[in-house]
Every structure is written in structure tokens, then in C-alpha cells.
Design a protein. Sequence first.
Lengths: 295, 288, 386
Amino acid sequence: MLTVFLQFLFSGLTVGSVYALVGIGFNIIYNATSIINLAQGEFVVIGGLLMWFFTESLKLPFLLSAVLTILSAGLIGLLMERLTIKPLKNADLLLMIMITIAVSIVLRGILMFNFGKDPYVYPPFTEGEPLSIYGAIIQQQTLWVIGITGLCIILLFLFFNKTIVGKAMLACAVNPTAAKLVGINVSRMVMLSFILSAVVGAIGGMAITPISLMEYDKGPMLAVKGFCAAIMGGLGSNRGAVIGGFIIGILESMTAGYIHSGLKDAVALVILLLILFFKPAGIFVSKTMLQLRKF
Amino acid sequence: MTVGVFAGINALVAIGLCILMGYAGQISLGQAGFYGIGAYVSAVLSLHFGLPVVVSLILAMVVAAMVAVILAVPALRLKGHYLAVATLGFGEIIYIILNEWGPGGPSGFGDIPHFSLLGYTITSTTGYFYLIWGLVAVVMIFSLNLIHSRTGRALRAIHDSELASNAMGLDVVELKIKVFILSAVYASLAGGLYAHYITFISPSSFSLFYSILVLMMVIVGGITNLWGAIIGAVVITVLPELLRRFEEFDVLVYGLILTLSLMFFRKGLVPILVEKIKKLRGLAVVKH
Amino acid sequence: MKKVRKNFLVVCVVVLSIFLMFVNAYAKEPYKIGALFAVTGAASFLGEPEKNTAIMLQEQINKDGGINGHPLEIIIEDTKSDETQAVLSAKKLLEKDNVLVIIGPSTTGESMALVPIMNNAKTPLISCAAGAPITQPVKERYWIFKTPQYDLSAVEAIYTYMKNKGIDKVGIITISTGFGDAGKKALHEMAPKYGITIVSDERYGPKDSDMTTQLTKIKASGAQAVINWSVGPGQVIVTKNWQALKMGIPLYQSHGWGSKKNIELAGKAAEGVIAPLGRLVVWDKIPDKHPQKALLKKYTQDYEARYKSEPGTFGGHAYDSIMMVAEALKKAGPDKKMIRDYLETKIQKWPGTGGIFNMSPGDHCGLDKDAFEMVVVNNGDWEILK
């Protein structure tokens, strides 16, 4: 009984961590710009596919590939921001969201062109037998995924709360005019937020690919679930996105395990709707904070 | 011609969404849900219960309206992104229900009866072309009347400022819900017509992808303009046909065209065209 | 002097043009057939090899002089794995291109959407999709044929093998798409006939990353074997999860497993996985005397030489469809009804990639469970089980 429960839990944690990272990606851009970037899922795919490219196709050493992947992802985030977001500084928020959707289609097209529709995989970061806890198996790569997610959270927390740049980014979201007045280069902060968000997404993709493979069109599903995670935890709260991501992952797993596997996607959505209807600010953001945000 | 039929079907959905977004200021990423409800309900009623097609279509619209009410009451208290996610979640849930419990499951089902009225059955594409565009015309007349009526002005007021509208005594909530129901009804009508035209449906036609497609149609055409919804629907439906020659590039080209048009034709094709025409005539128009 | 030369040139050009016009008039009209493949979209793993096969065969046939001297023209359209698109493309092929026959589409859903259209247009459709409803009930499928094996046949092949091994309790895990759903229905339908009880029935989505939950449930249910029914990355993920969980019971896959890519992606986890596969995938392991061997060898080698990848079972479905139509055109001529009749009556003991076809008025597919070999993965390669 315990074994089975733990197995479901581990499965939930595995997928939950990726949702958490996607959710964090949403938050970073949202915090700096109030835009919801629906191309976020594509960053995850880019991370996984590029990592494959560097390690398996170019046969570069692991660490070098990882660094290159992160740099490339950041570059793509930068390009996206410079080419499509910056020129439309004053546009309707709705239009911005639509543009991110259009960009996600373009990115998917490019990925399909370069990588085709096949799934790709590369070896886990560490080879070895899975661990067994009370009879439930947890693969080493899963531990990597969870660990890396944790590391990202800590680093981002330090960044946003302890560094000037991070605090400046937060200031931009709350009040761009005031931020400009104190000398913050808002446009640079926006650019940075896209780069950072792309990197976080890509890291998620890099970590999950050895377990679940990566194809060019995994993006939209991840984006939807990651977005749900962000909303559940309160849009803008990284802590919330992480917990939201894990909750969604575990809920899916438990539903599939104890109720019916066909329902698992629906359950996460239903819970999301309930939260939206009854506590739209999410679990961790107070209603006042919600009202202070502009849309 | 077949493209024309699909363009007309999409136009119906787009008009509904346009009223909701452009005039009432609400966003919906779940229109595919109502589209799917319309298709499945009408198909099942006419196929398994033997009801006449017209009756099935009407009942499908009624069901969609009821679902819309249930969704709208809690959902329309939300704003902006939250409403978007709520409607997205709704659309996804409908998709999952259809995939899991719809007749035939993911494989769908066929043999759906064609549209027939008073003993006359339409089976040719041309017939459907006229039927559907005829209905588009009816819907447009109705919708245009609505926009220019008191209700329409009330909707515009809500779009500009809910607070002010409330202060002036408008029942904001009730109006928003009504418009939401209207958009759902249009979408379900389109869905039913789709089912009876193509006689085979499966859940894959009613996914999030379609909701986003419809959203694109409205935006490309111009959110604030009803004619824009029709133009947008035609453009987006016809575009993939024109891009056939590009084969693997067509997704890329499609995305690029969308991105560029969103960036440069921000207000949507129709308002831009209207402005250009006015400029050509030498009229200086001060746009509000 | 110049004027004379100029006039001479003009006369030459005119004579040449007239000559060429006559030559063209005697050149034979191409035979046009349409092809609908899911080159992009969710089913592109089906559509791409099918399209490549079509292009390759068209070239080979035309290089050999065409069909009775007529060049073969295959007009390929991409359905993007979408039924609406399939309908639009079919209409275009029928109305604008006036094709004699349509090959494809790649998925059951798309094929079903086309049934009424093809019947109305009185044009043969040779689908590359597997679902039984495509060709049944035959009375209502006068113009519809298909070349892939029935899912039921693949299931029967598995169950027959299991019965010999004494397995009578299985857990099944299927993907929530048309393919998986068809497999699920077939698995349930055939189980009583072979004395098999399905003790666990799990599902997953096409983009899911982890199936350990479902497999854990199957393990706990007391099943003696697990059958996975999917195509795409899901097969690989299930295999890797199965190995990681050390389930201790054998894993069977559907006939969608037949691609070396899957072994490559699953790595060591694929060892011991059993599946019913068409002989195309294991052509080098079947005896030389087998009627299918020669054509399988040629097709595979030609395809690999040109496209640097294996055609896989799915490319083979397009091969079978096109070769059948080519033969019908050759023997019966460019008439839709004649082609249809030929397919229905003359494709007997016909070796193709999917198996040896026996079409008849009662069966517009012509394959049964003997089209499959039970194959196990051994040392990273296929091995036919006896």
C-alpha cells in the first residue's frame, strides 16, 4: 500500500517539477512586464532538443553542452523580446498574448524543420540503478529534476530579493513609471526577464528529456499545465508556482492511480477552475495583492 | 467551395467571440468547447435518438446555452488572464469529456445525418455553402441590430468601464452573462452544422488549437468590428489552402504571417482597410 | 544576307515547334492518382514515410517506362493529421485534379471522414490506416479499401502466442488517441476467444511524460503480462518505466513498435519486449523462399539508400497501396470502376509489405494474423520467435 502510494507520489513529483519550472518562467516575465508568454512551453522543448543536439549530434562533453544550451536558450529569449515585444511596447495586453501565441507557432515550425517530428533522448546525467524507497522506485534522473528545480528556486529567490537587478525587475512590474524615475532601465529589465525565463524553461527541458523524451510539439501541453501551476499558486509568486506545479503533478498521478487514468488531465483542470472561482488570487497571494496588479 | 463552407462555419463562431471580446470586453479561450458541444449533441440527438436535424440543432444550442450559464456565473467575475485561463480550462475539460466518454471515444463516430428541413435534405457542398452563409447573414443582421441597440451601447459602456456602468445603473453581470451565452450559442450552431456537413466527428477537431484559431480570426479581422470577424474567419480558413505549396514550411509561414500581421496590422485588417479607404478618398478622419 | 539567315532561323523554329507539338500529342497522358498523407501534425510519423515512399515509387515506375507507357503522377497533399483538412484536400484532388484513385489517408479518423465523400464520388480510396470500421461493413464500403493489417489481427497474434505460453491474465495500457482506442477495443473483443482475462485497463495521453503510476497499478493487479498499445514516444516511455519498475512480467507492444528507432530510444530497456510485427521490419530474418522477401529487401534497401532511414511498417502501407493501384491501372486501365473491381477480385495471394493479401467482395483489406511474426528484441536487434 505504502509502496504503491509512494510510487504514485514520485511519478507526480517528476512531472510536477517540470510544471513548476514552466510556471516560474511565466512568473518571471509576468513580474517584469505583466505579459503572459504563451511560448513558454517552447523554451522547454528548445532546452531538451538543443541539449540532444550538442551531446549526441556534436558529441560535445556534457558540461559544455549544458552551458551552450543555456546560452542558446537565453539568446532565443532575447531575440523574441527584441523582435516582437519591444516594437509593441504600448500595445494592448491581449495583443501581446496573441503575439506570444504566434511566436510559439513560429518556434514550433523552426523546431519541426530542424529536428523533424521524432522524439529525442540522451542518457541521464548519472547512470545507475534507481533508488528504492519502501519498494517504490525513483530514478536517479528524477532526483536530478527535483534537485535542479529546487536549485533554480533558491537562486531566483536570491536574485529577486538580494540583488539590485532582481529588485529592479520587480519594481518594473509594480510601477514602470516610478521605476524609470529612479533610474531603472525598464526596457533592459524586460529583455532580461525574457532571457531568464527562457533559461529556466530550457533547464527544465534539459532535465526531463532523459526520462520522458522530447519532441517538437510538447510545448503547448507544458505551457497550459505550467500556466495552471502559476495561477494556482498566485500569478507572480514563484513559491506559489512551484507548489502549484507539484500539486498538479501529484494530483494527476493520484487520480490516475486511485481513480481512473483517463481522468487525470481533467482533475487538474477542475481543481484549477475551483481555485479560480473561489480564490482567484491563488493559494499564496492575498486578494489585496491581486487587486493591486494591473492587467 | 468546401473551403467556403468551413470559412462560413468558422465565421459563425468568430462573430460570437467578436461580440464577446470587442463589445463586452471579455476573453474566451474555450469556444472550441461550445463548438464541440454543438457538434456532439446535435449529432447524437439526430443519429441515436432519431430527432429531426433542425430540432437537434436547436436542442444543441439550448444545451450550450445552459452550459454557458453554469460557466459564466462564476467565471465572469474574473478578469483578464484569469478569465482566459478559466475558459481555457473549460474548453480542455470538454475535450477530455468528449475524448473519454463521447461516442466512439477518441476515434469519433460517423453516419451523422445530413441537414434536412421539411423533407428536403442538403447533401452537396454548394447546398451547404448557401445554407451556412445564409445563416451567417441572419446572424450578422441580428448581431448588428444588437450592437446598435441600447443593449449594444450598454455593452460598449461595460467594455470601457465596468465601474462607471455599474454606477449608472447597468446590470453589468447580467449583460456579460447574456453575451457569453450568445457567443456560446453561435459556436454551438456552427458545431452542429459542421457535424451534419462532414457527417463524421471526432474530439480532435474540438481542441484548444481550435479555440486559439478562432481567437486569431477575431483579432486579425479587428476585435471591435463585426465584419472583421467574418473577414478574419475567411482569411484564416483560406490561408492554409494557399500555403499548401510550402509543405513543411507551411506551419512556419503561417506563424510568420500571423506574427507580422499582429505586429503591423494591430487593429485588425478591417479597421486598417477602412482607414486606408477613407484616406484614399481624401477624408481626414479623427479616430477616437 | 542577314535577312535570309533570319528567315531561315524563323522557319526552323516554326518547323521545330510544329514537330514538338505533334510529338507531345503522341506522348501519353499521365495517369493521375491522389495521395493524402499526414505529413505534418500528430500523425506525421505515419505520413512522412508514406510520402517518401510515394515519391520514390513514382520515380521508379516512371523510369521503367510508366504504366503501359503512361507516366504515373501521384499528387500528394498534406492533411496535417486533421480530418477537416483531409476532407478539403480530398475535395481538391477529386474536383480540381480529377484523380482516378486516392491513396491514404494516414489515420483512421481521417479515413472515416472520407468514406461518404469517396462513395459519392464513386472513386476508389485505398487507405493507409488500420481501423476496422474503414472497410466494415463491406456493404457500405464499396469504394473503400485499406492496406494495413487489422488491429484485431495484431491482437490475435499476441493472444495466440500468449495462450501457448500459458498466460491468461493481462494488464493493458493504451494511449488515448484513435490508435490506442482501437487497440483497446480489439483487446477486449478478442480476449474471451483466447481465454484471456484483462485484469487492469489503464490509459495515458499522447504528450504524457511518465507512466509509472499506470504500470504500478498493473503490477499490483496480478497480471502476468502487460500489453501497451500506442505509437510515438509513449511506447518508449512505457518501456523505460517498465524496466525501471522491474515489473517482472513481460511487456508486449502493438505492431506500432516496429521501428529500430524505438529500440534506439529505449536503449537497454527494450530487451525482451515482444511485439507482432509485419515482415517488412524483419525482412532480413525471414527465409529467402518466403514470397515477401524479395520485394521487402528491394523496398527497404532502395528506401534506405535514398532517405537514409528505414521505411518502417507505415511506409510499407503506402507501398502496398500504390503497387496495387499501379497493377490495377496496368491490367484494367484508367477507369475508376474497373480499378475498383480489379482490386476487389484480382488481389489474391498478392505479396506486399504488410503481408500476403487476399482481397474479396467480403473483405477489402485481405490480411489476417498470419501477416505478423512475433518478434522479440534481443541484443538491440529483432529476433523472430518461433
